[in-house]
Write a protein that binds this ligand. Sequence first.
Ligand code: ASP
Ligand code: MG
Length: 430
Amino acid sequence: MGLVVQKYGGSSVADAEGIKRVAKRIVEAKKNGHQVVVVVSAMGDTTDELIDLAEQVSPMPSGREFDMLLTAGERISMALLAMAIKNLGHSAQSFTGSQAGVITDSVHNKARIIDVTPGRIRTALDEGNIAIVAGFQGVSQDKKDITTLGRGGSDTTAVALAAALDAEVCEIYTDVDGVFTADPRVVKKARKIDWIAFEDMLELAASGSKVLLHRCVEYARRYNIPIHVRSSFSGHEGTWVSSEPLVQKSQQQGDKPVEQAIISGVAHDTSEAKVTVVGVPDKPGEAAVIFRTISDAEINIDMIVQNVSAASTGLTDISFTLPKAEGRKAIDALEKNRAGIGFDSLRYDDQIGKISLVGAGMKTNPGVTADFFKALADAGVNIELISTSEIRISVVTRADDVNEAVRAVHTAFGLDSDSDEAVVYGGTGR
Ligand code: ASP
Ligand code: MG
């Protein structure tokens, strides 16, 4: 049997009991004949608590020290987990990201993995150990400083190690039974997806689904590492994310591939805000100046809409969405370049939400868009912005309407399950 990488999130190791429960599961995998590498997140809300602490000490902590602080969270859980495994009579060794060979660039707080050299992990495995690796961290190639990969980065650590060690599968253990057709915290009748293609999963992640990070799925697709998302609280089979359809064993018909659904799911996101630049001259080059200003401030934007200009004034409005956290920076940058751009005023609105319908079947099924808008209309939800890709339609609405809209769309596309309600085993969903 091959090598498996298992990743356990913060809610799975929230306390001593959780750590002992997870240790048992890891030992099971080892007893089944696998070589096991475990990537672990910080316990519960430790990372948030460390961030709060840093902010109390300094309003703008240095990136280097901030990373040094945050990586402490994962060191606590990795050491405790190794102890718990040893207590069950199996040998385990814990490693920091740096010791595990996770090499990154030097952008503190959101470093990118550029290489993984897991020599020490290999040796530990060959000597019969279970290797425990601290997630979310690495060491910078040039300065040899400790870095972090951005919030939720342990998933990326797990996939990167799986790729470097040529693992059979990367199992991501979380507090729900897998990837659902909508956030089970919002839609009680959300259905667990058995298999989903990388492409659809990437769109869901980009549209606000929090179960897997976009960067982690991107990495898995690049190296073709199948991901199995499942709960550490139940023994249920979870969701497989891979390039090839899952083959299901069926007694009557022999092996048959699981078919790709027309619609994979509905995602929502309330972390964005909308900026409207009012009274922009409708002439070539205006959008270029506005979005150069935004990109010079290193802000990533999402949707853009330009209104038809009023014939009498020759002026138009341009709206775009961006992470709320970048709102202040965007407004300041635009104000500073007011003369260069030439607009009347700026409007900022952080009471918006985005709902996205994702599915590869959209390409070949006419009417999906019409049905989507009909469902929103029937629910009395007003649409403010629209954007589409080949396999996604997204709309911006009032934030207050988001949950209602997600449920309405989920029902309209026949995604509601008729069996048990989706279970959320723990965690705060953040
Ligand atoms: N502990 C880090 C966080 O909370 C990394 C992770 O959980 O993946 O963001
Ligand atoms: Mg976490």
